[in-house]
Design a protein around this ligand. Structure first.
Ligand code: ATP
Ligand code: 6CM
Ligand code: CA
Length: 502
């Protein structure tokens, strides 16, 4: 039994479970309880917030002489827990046994399953046998049976589950994902991520830490964090959805190289990162985008997206109003497109900060989880030394956008076409054709000597370099609450605390 703290304030929403406690002989002989003939006790398991957004399951045991009173307390607390309607009761769990350091199965069995069982959550567990197992399975299962789907693995595993869920929703509603303008059906089944991958950027950016126990507790208390999702098309063919990074150039090349080194585990990214940095390839192309005018935020803001983010709420409202006004007119197509052509070392579009243990502030520290926009970062051709300075700023407090060769825009959609594919006159949309006609007249003797790069879409490569991307505001939901401002203090003071009840 843990020592009872002097003052312990716990919001009922952060109680994990309440259980009657059988006292053993040793416990009965402690302190004042030894005077009791037959003490009764119950234990409250609750979320204890530690440093750096880490959550732990802690417990406090209450003792009393009156058995009836003790049972009344247990009953009352259980009723309070029953009233927490957002908590999941039945979960579908997919475990990738080969993700990250191949610890997925043991992480789940040792750290997560006991907590789910303590919180009386039933689970159906599937250990994946091959890539796309989880995704394909989600098209077949009786999805209505579940309050959520949990993936144990990395960003790739999350991506699979998300594609399965979104794809299933569209299929059930008869919506063709290949149509870039199709009004997609939102996915309301929450996804939980138990981090056991190599980068775990989605977990880190939505929880503030990559820690299986913390994530399990966010699932248990029934948190809900909406997330923006980008749909990626090549002309009228659906390619993929993205929630974290869509990266061309540097991050695409790292990924392509690292795929051959999967056996190295998470280290493969350091190896390929170093190699790609030395190769210093740049790519020529044109990027066209529609600025996100609905949001009041900017990528250069000093404040980041935090739990209950005001900018995300406002942006969602603003978008809803716009959609009401526009109706079926598709006015967004006619809105202003900005066109930028050039030679780029990296083109990164991020729907969230992309914070991860490698870079705790991420690729765009002020990006928002649920504001219906992505931050488009263009890193133009520069020296190796300058590019290194840019990269190093992802790991310290300096502003990574404060370079003449770096531009950042908040966008709601964008398109990219490489110079190479334009020259080959293949796979170009009408808009692209018009814009590249201009581009090629301007640069008749183009000196770009490099083949296309590859798009890195949340850690997976895309087959096409010419893509059209649209951000869908708050399209999926996670068992998370965003990064808390100051989780430790918040935990200490709450109105609805069991201490008040006691
Ligand atoms: N049983 C399996 N065998 C082989 N591949 C699998 C299996 N289960 C899932 N996968 C695939 O493995 C890929 C990578 O998985 P995951 O994201 O869990 O780990 P990771 O790549 O190490 O982490 P990160 O995505 O953070 O880099 C996923 O895209 C998924 O489709
Ligand atoms: C000299 C020191 C310089 C250090 C620079 C560090 C900069 C690190 C920024 C990290 C950005 C991660 C973006 C996340 C992308 C994920 O969607 C994806 C899937 O997991 N991961 C990768 O593509 C894996 C990409 C791995 C990149 C290293
Ligand atoms: Ca966003």
């Amino acid at each position: 039994m843990s020592p009872v703290p002097e003052n312990c304030f716990v919001p009922t929403s952060e109680i994990i479970a309440v259980e009657e406690t059988e006292l053993n002989k040793k416990q009965r002989n402690i302190g004042k309880w030894q005077k009791m003939a037959k003490p009764h006790a119950f234990t409250v398991y609750y979320v204890k917030k530690a440093r750096n957004h880490r959550w732990r399951c802690s417990d406090v045991t209450f003792w009393c002489v009156d058995e009836h009173l003790c049972n009344q307390w247990i009953q009352a607390l259980k009723e309070l827990l029953e009233m927490q309607k957002s908590r999941p009761k039945q979960l579908l769990v997919y475990i990738n046994p080969y993700g990250g350091k191949r610890q997925g199965k043991s992480i789940y069995e040792q750290k997560v399953a006991p907590l789910f069982s303590l919180a009386s959550i039933s689970t159906d567990v599937v250990i994946t046998e091959h890539a796309n197992h989880a995704k394909d399975n989600l098209f077949e299962v009786n999805i209505n049976k579940y309050d959520g789907v949990v993936c144990v693995g990395g960003d790739g595993m999350f991506s699979e589950v998300m594609h399965g869920l979104i794809g299933r929703m569209q299929k059930d509603s008869g919506i063709d994902q290949n149509n870039p303008k199709a009004p997609l059906v939102q996915c309301n089944i929450r996804i939980g991520i138990i981090p056991a991958g190599s980068t775990d950027c989605i977990c880190y950016s939505t929880v503030g830490i990559s820690d299986p126990v913390t994530s399990a507790l966010h699932i248990i208390v029934g948190d809900c964090q909406p997330l923006d999702v980008s749909s990626v098309h090549h002309n009228n063919t659906f390619l993929k959805y993205s929630v974290s990074l869509l990266g061309y150039g540097f991050y695409g090349d790292i990924l392509k190289d690292s795929e051959k080194k999967r056996w190295m585990g998470p280290m493969r990214y350091d190896y390929s990162g170093f190699k790609t940095f030395l190769s210093h390839h740049y790519y020529e192309g044109t990027i066209s985008f529609q600025p996100a005018k609905h949001t009041v935020g900017s990528p250069r803001d000093k404040d980041s997206c935090r739990t209950g983010c005001y900018i995300c709420k406002k942006s969602e409202q603003q978008l809803a109003e716009q959609h009401k006004e526009c109706g079926l007119k598709h006015e967004e197509d006619e809105e202003e497109w900005k066109v930028i052509k050039g030679k780029f070392l990296a083109i990164n579009a991020v729907n969230m900060s992309c914070a991860c243990p490698r870079s705790p502030k991420g690729l765009s520290p002020a990006a928002h989880l649920a504001d219906g926009s992505a931050d488009l970062i263009l890193v133009r051709k520069c020296s190796r030394f300058d590019f290194l300075r840019y990269l190093v700023r992802h790991t310290n407090q300096d502003d990574q956008f404060d370079f003449s060769f770096v531009d950042v825009y908040r966008v709601k959609s964008f398109q990219f076409t490489s110079k190479l594919s334009e020259d080959n006159e293949s796979n170009v949309t009408d808009i692209g054709k018009k814009r590249f006609g201009q581009f090629c007249r301007d640069h008749p003797a183009c000196c770009c000597n490099i083949a296309n790069s590859t798009w890195n879409c949340d850690g997976e490569t895309l087959d096409s370099s010419a893509i059209q991307v649209r951000v869908h505001c708050q399209f999926v939901k996670l068992f998370a609450r965003g990064i808390e401002e100051n989780s430790k203090d918040e935990a200490a003071y709450s109105q609805s605390s069991i201490e008040q009840l006691l």
